[in-house]
Design a protein. Sequence first.
Length: 95
Amino acid sequence: MKYLSASRIHLFNQCPLSFYLKYKDGSGYIDDVTEYYASYGSLFHKIVEGIAKGEITYLPFALQLYDTEFPKCGIPEKNRAEYYQQGKEAIERAF
């Protein structure tokens, strides 16, 4: 491993075994839960950061971006509606 990024530190804090398996033993194995949490969190933070920086100033644009990118997060079907609604409401509150 050449460096420690914020996402690697986060993975280590979430699940040291996943971190070890992905970065130390070379197997590449990583827990699916960790993957979709990271994807969902990155999407949400990207949008909220854009709002905070004034790069996203129009709520419909923020929601369109969320709608477009949300399916790529890989959230399991049983959790998808709940996560979608929570994210949408949080984005609306950010405005």
